[in-house]
Design a protein around this ligand. Structure first.
Ligand code: ADP
Length: 638
């Protein structure tokens, strides 16, 4: 009685956070395939809890008893219809349990829901682990889940229980020693998860590489020594996983199948990796790395919760689940494991950041991964195109951020060009080989679509000259090509920026003749454009707006605005095609004198269409339409 009112012992019912509720409802009602992955998630949580405790005990020896054997135990109670997954890891306090299992929604919750709705994760519940909400997968097979936990260093245990349905309960409990039991009350139709055989199968399939033993009491029939016809059943504890640290084996000793399994273990990806790189470094820094390049982007790579980097081990002890210092940000899709012999066991995140050993590891991995990508690009075009379609954007960031390797990374970039069919790719090296005699620079245009690029007036004179222009369709491409600056000694230039004159002389002559008109247009557009000049890039269109050399590309400007960046308006230059009949006619009017109002209207129309061609609206769309209509009426009445 006393206990009931003390508050400590009281059973409390707490509501799930709304998003968690939503997630649970989806898990229960919509995820039908691959339900067996619940076991991987729970074993993985148990293993993390052991890693955490081992790590903490390095500095606080009192947390564990000397000689503790860390393990994860599966226990079946066929009568009760329960399966329990128990660990002797770090455990959780009452606050931890309440917080972690239902009252806060990890940002992964929303993201997983979004991925399910968008279809990215549809049919693949196994992705749940990528989002950091793996615990809830228990509800795919259980209609009730109980968690009993005791935190290392504490004497109080807690029991959490829920049948989903909006809330969970917490109360004080008893537990011997630190760690956590997750008890699943299996749904009627999931009772096959009580079979030893089935559990063994799932553990070998998904959790074979877990470093800690996953054990289970297994019944075996043994023959009586004296009378072989008599059999008795004995129960023995069996370790179900091989616990092989395959990264420490020599590559020749590891099978493809083992690599694949290990990859799916570390990445939660259901496809095999595109490339596997396994190597041991000796010398100034001693470490082993086994890293994988995925073929598809991890679904959560763009979310803020994404944890980049391979696992970090120091002499077989796991230090970190994801160590982002081991790879440069532009290779953040690389998964795997690094086992270092140089780092101290109690290395902290802060220490890793400027650690020379880590730097050596990062350099080595970067080189190996870029080599592997080059191999893939040279030998397996289709697969590389898939990879590039998914992760090329991320990889290209390296051109901007990794000065020493920018040309190497640029060589890996695929892009379309005026010479390729839509949807087909070329690259910078192939472009160089096709350059026309006399062409000194590499040209590119950024665009939101191939169709728009093909129709772009900015490319007219390039086409007339037979010069190829690279067509870049990622928003970030302009920054990236500007950062590249040069490739194998050739300058890289945007077709929409600066003064490009491909065949100077004839145009120059005509341009001189336009002097008066130019002055008139300049005066008219004062404050709207930085300058007006005769164009060397147009052949068929009368005019276009260009950025100054080194200025911001229009697509990029639009993207940055869309992202809420404050940007001063970019000053552009209006280029006028001196050979165009309209410009010539305007020039004739101007020379004849008078008709200023009409000319003024023409200039405004010219400027409006130049904005349209760049992808903007005319400054005053209504006035633009009115002027245009006026001219059309005039023409129709002729
Ligand atoms: P994740 O493990 O990716 O963070 P989960 O939904 O699987 O996401 O688990 C949520 C949290 O619950 C974990 O981060 C951890 O703090 C806690 N937790 C789950 N299982 C255990 C366990 N066996 N021992 C200790 N803590 C656990």
């Amino acid at each position: 009685m006393h206990d009931e009112v003390s508050g400590l012992m009281k059973k409390e019912s707490i509501e799930f956070k709304a998003e968690v509720n939503e997630l649970l409802s989806l898990v229960i009602h919509s995820l039908y395939t691959n339900k067996e992955i619940f076991l991987r998630e729970l074993i993985s949580n148990a293993s993390d809890a052991i890693d955490k405790l081992k790590y903490e005990s390095l500095t606080d020896k009192a947390l564990t008893e000397e000689g503790t054997e860390f393990r994860i135990k599966l226990a079946v109670d066929a009568k009760a219809g329960t399966l329990a997954i128990s660990d002797n890891g770090i455990g959780m306090s009452r606050e931890d349990v309440v917080r972690e299992l239902g009252t806060i929604a990890h940002s992964g919750t929303r993201e997983f829901l979004a991925a399910l709705v968008k279809g990215e994760a549809a049919g693949h519940p196994e992705l749940i682990g990528q989002f950091g909400v793996g615990f809830y997968s228990a509800f795919m097979v259980a209609d009730r889940v109980a968690v009993v936990s005791k935190m290392a260093g504490s004497d109080e245990a807690v029991r959490w229980e829920s049948s989903a349905g909006g809330s969970f309960t917490v109360e004080e409990a008893e537990r011997e020693g630190h760690g956590t039991d997750v008890v699943l009350f299996l749904k009627q139709e999931e009772k096959d998860h009580l079979s030893q055989w089935r559990l063994k199968e799932i553990v070998t399939k998904y959790s074979d590489f877990i470093e800690h033993a996953v054990v289970m009491d297994v019944e075996r029939e043994v023959e009586d020594k004296d009378d072989p016809s008599k059999k008795t059943t004995v129960t023995e504890e069996e370790t179900l996983n091989s616990r092989k640290a395959i990264w420490l084996k020599r590559p020749a000793e590891v099978t493809d199948e083992e690599y694949k399994k290990f990859y799916s273990h570390v990445s939660h990806d259901f496809m095999p990796p595109a490339e596997t790189t396994h190597f041991k470094a000796e010398g100034t820094s001693e470490f082993t790395a086994l890293v994988f390049i995925p073929e598809r982007a991890p679904v959560n790579i763009l979310y803020k919760d994404f944890k980049p980097g391979p696992m970090l081990y120091v002499r077989r002890v796991q230090i970190m689940q994801n160590c982002e210092d081991l790879v440069p940000p532009y290779l953040r899709f690389v998964k795997g494991v690094v086992d270092s012999s140089d780092l101290p066991l109690n290395v902290s995140r802060e220490m890793l950041q400027n650690n020379p050993s880590v730097e050596v590891i990062r350099k080595n991995i970067t080189k190996k991964v870029l080599d592997a990508l080059k191999r893939m690009k040279d030998n397996r075009t289709e697969q590389y195109e898939n990879f590039h379609g998914q992760l090329g954007r991320v990889l290209k960031e390296g051109i901007h951020y990794d000065f020493a390797r920018k040309e190497e990374i640029a060589s890996l970039a695929l892009m379309e060009a005026t010479s390729t069919e839509p949807g087909k790719f070329t690259d910078l090296d192939a472009y160089l080989e096709r350059m026309k005699p006399g062409q000194e620079e590499i040209y590119y245009i950024t665009s939101t679509s191939r169709t728009e690029a093909d129709a772009s007036p900015y490319l007219e004179s390039f086409r007339a000259k037979g010069y190829e222009v690279l067509i870049m369709l990622d928003e970030v491409d302009d920054i990236i090509m500007s950062s590249l600056g040069e490739f194998k000694g050739k300058k890289v230039r945007s077709a929409t920026k600066g003064d490009i004159s491909l065949d100077g002389e004839e145009k120059d002559k005509k341009a001189e003749e336009l002097g008066g008109l130019m002055g008139f247009i300049k005066e008219e557009l004062k404050g709207k454009v930085k300058d007006v000049r005769p164009s060397g890039r147009l052949t068929d269109s009368p005019c276009c707006l260009v950025a100054q050399e080194g200025g911001l590309d229009h697509n990029l400007e639009a993207m940055m605005r869309a992202m809420g960046q404050e940007m001063p308006p970019q000053e552009r230059i209006l280029e006028v095609n001196p050979t165009h009949p309209l410009v010539q006619a305007m020039d004739a009017r101007h020379k004849a004198g008078g008709a200023e109002d009409e000319l003024r209207e023409y200039v405004s129309l010219l400027y409006g269409q130049a904005r349209l061609l760049m992808g903007d609206r005319p400054e005053d769309p209504a006035a633009f339409a009115k002027s245009l209509n006026k001219l059309m009426v005039k023409d129709a009445e002729k």
